[in-house]
Design a binder for this molecule. Sequence first.
Ligand code: ATP
Ligand code: MN
Length: 469
Amino acid sequence: MYYIKVNRTFTRKYYDGGSNRMSMKYPEFPDDVTYTPIGEILSSRVKGNVKLRGWIYRTRSSGKLAFVIIRDSTGIIQCTVSKNNVDKSDFVNAGKALVESSVVLDGLVVADERAPGGFEIRATSFNVVHFAEAFPITKDQSDEHLLNNRHLWLRSRNMVSALKIRSTVFKAFRDYWQNLDYTEIQSPSFTTSACEGGSTLFNVHYDDETEKSGQKFYAHLSQSWQLYAEASMFGLENIFTVAPSFRAEKSRTRRHLTEFWHAEVEAAWTHNHQMMEFEEGMIVYIIKKVLEENRSELEQLGRDISVLENIKAPFDKMKYEEVIDKLNSMGFDLAWGDDFGYKEEKALTQNLKSPVYITNFPREKGFYHRPDPSDPKSLVCHDLLAPEGYGEIIGGGERVWSPDELVERIREEGLEPESYGWYLDIRKFGSVPHSGFGLGLDRTVSWICGSDHIKHVIPFPRTMRRTTP
Ligand code: ATP
Ligand code: MN
């Protein structure tokens, strides 16, 4: 079965094996009708008589006239249903149908300054496909209520806008690295090797019931593809992935999820400073694509678009110790070795209009980060902080590539080299310098959308206290 986009107003045609027409799921609706997306009307590309389909967004009626605002995935438009212009039953149904009822209608596009978006539809027919029950989401609902009804809240204008921007960001990330000839690959989510510290590990039971011994296995959920990336890199050289990572984040912040979408890159024969340049290019590319594709969604979300328009590479760079000094001069009390949390990153970035790199972190990060040969107390690494108070969106750097140094680093972190057998093995056969990074896609989208919480930009957010809906 094929789906063919016949023209820009989305006529759908279904074919079976390329020739026989399939029977329709809803036989009462012909499949050769052209429906106009609301966005096409609002952007003045379509005039005259149209057929629309969508859902009731708002509705009120008075005597002879019903004002029904219709939404589809491309916009909202006011539709007036007058007793004089439609069948009696259509008029009755238009007055009766509640918010979120699905409808199909015919009408004439009329420019009208008073209508939201500048156009309205004067209906000539109005069919209610399904009468909705009373919608449980009305104005001024608590965050908790909206999260409990996330399956319904996904219809909201803001969610739809954020998810469209999210889709552009995912595509732009892939396109950017594919254009550089990087290969997309996948790593497992069940694993036994931790790479980002034990405190955020999720443990899963992994019982093998077919095993006569009734043996029980244990696994973790992946925090990062890091160790698998390094194994895969020796064959493919330049690779990337887009996958969920899992971290049991105990501290609840507006930028941590327990399941987040991680875009990770690894490249052989590549140094930290080179990877940083690629990353700048990637951020600029992603923003350019969002500005091209999603201007109306950014406006819907109330984003200050000028900030995005002014982001240019190269980004400013600061060393970790300079950041410590700067933060202390702002009233913090930090010593060498202290980690930055949200408070620190917020203070550092809230007046910035462009992302900033922090480099030369102390060596207490992950064991796979490479200590700086010219300053062994720090690492050859970087974080990228988004401006406007958002903070870290990327963590990356050069990896330890000498087998002996790697064993040393694993011991230094209080871990046992024995449990990293296969990972150590890959260093024994032609090790090379390499670098990579992880970009939090949800955090990136949150920043681009100007959102005040990461949960607003992912369809079904997962936190320590929420796994439903
Ligand atoms: P943070 O200090 O903010 O917890 P991190 O140092 O643990 O971040 P990394 O291990 O470097 O983060 O992961 C790479 C990127 O993945 C981060 O820069 C961030 O964008 C994203 N990320 C990490 N943890 C989360 C999370 N719990 N929720 C959403 N995104 C995350
Ligand atoms: Mn973290």
